[in-house]
Design a binder for this molecule. Structure first.
Ligand SMILES: [Zn+2]
Length: 302
């Protein structure tokens, strides 16, 4: 799913360039290779202890293991979530937790390899991850989702952290991100494994992208979805589509990805036009929005 961290229409979404995280960004799941600064799994316990003497902020990326067409890997949303958070973490000097393994992706189960958690399981794992970090002294949480299907559950966990622990979590749905470049806002119906996501992966994990296999999809939306697309616009359209698109096959609503796209990609654009440059623009505005939030938070509570 497109890696907007927020469920805000693209027009409201919105950059900055950061120091590169490290040269080996195609070590995309960050499971091996060189130590990455501010990445909690690569830190030792005494380094975390030392960090907690100076800051109580942590970012938790979440993503998914789900089909992303024939040209992008199943972990695309985890790569995007983790790599974007590492750029945020290194710019703002904030620790980044590991991503939860999988996300809410039942609507992609028609394609092999997808691993879907129920919202209840996903929320439990994410909440208990936060609980562990609270126990060590982290008090301020930002949860960044690289997968649209996780948004509601992330909001639920943010609420639980605020209501049930000594810590404070911020819901990125409320953050106004910088306006993306028009090269991004002009992309048509580019919702899954399309031009923007492919561009970000070319930047963040080029070794995982198989551009020779990139192809545009044949899309077949059911009549009710087509009617919304043709007869409504703006936020009304976004609200209506959000309710009826990308639902599990078992609902009989015919909007799981296997039912609407022949290859798993959902875009009205040309996937082959994806570029590293576009990927940089797409990553930059996301990073800038969260860095600005952290700076604002530090103004009121250093
Ligand atoms: Zn995705």
């Amino acid at each position: 799913m497109r890696a907007h961290c927020l469920r805000i229409p693209a027009l409201l979404l919105l950059v900055l360039t950061l120091a590169p995280v490290s040269a080996d960004t195609d070590d995309a799941a960050r499971g091996a290779g060189a130590r990455t600064p501010y990445y909690l799994p690569h830190m030792t316990w005494d380094e975390v202890e030392q960090y907690l003497r100076t800051s109580d902020i942590v970012i938790i990326p979440v993503g998914s293991i789900e089909q992303h067409g024939r040209h992008l890997p199943l972990n695309s949303d985890i790569v995007q979530g983790t790599e974007i958070c590492l750029r945020i973490g290194q710019k703002a000097k904030v620790v980044v937790a590991p991503s939860v393994l999988a996300g809410i992706s039942e609507h992609h189960m028609g394609f092999p390899g997808t691993i879907a958690l129920s919202p209840a399981t996903f929320e439990a794992v994410l909440y208990e991850t936060a609980q562990s970090l609270v126990a060590h002294g982290f008090r301020r949480f930002i949860i960044y989702s690289g997968h649209g299907g996780n948004y509601t559950s992330v909001s639920n966990v943010v609420t639980r952290i605020n209501r049930e622990t000594a810590a404070t979590a911020v819901d990125l749905l409320h953050v106004e991100f910088p306006e993306p470049d028009t090269k991004i806002t002009s992309l048509k119906s580019d919702s899954h494994a399309g031009v923007e996501e492919t561009s970000m992966m070319l930047l963040l994990a080029p070794g995982l992208v198989q551009m020779a296999k990139a192809e545009n999809p044949e899309i077949a939306h059911p009549p009710d979805v087509r009617a919304v697309m043709e007869k409504t616009s703006g936020r009304d359209q976004a609200a209506l589509l959000d309710s009826i698109l990308y639902l599990p096959e078992k609902t009989g609503k015919h909007t799981s990805t296997r039912e609407i796209t022949n290859n798993g990609v959902v875009t009205g654009g040309d996937v082959k036009t994806a570029t590293v440059e576009l990927g940089q623009l797409a990553v930059d505005y996301r990073v800038a929005g969260v860095v600005r939030l952290i700076e604002a938070w530090r103004k009121v509570r250093p």
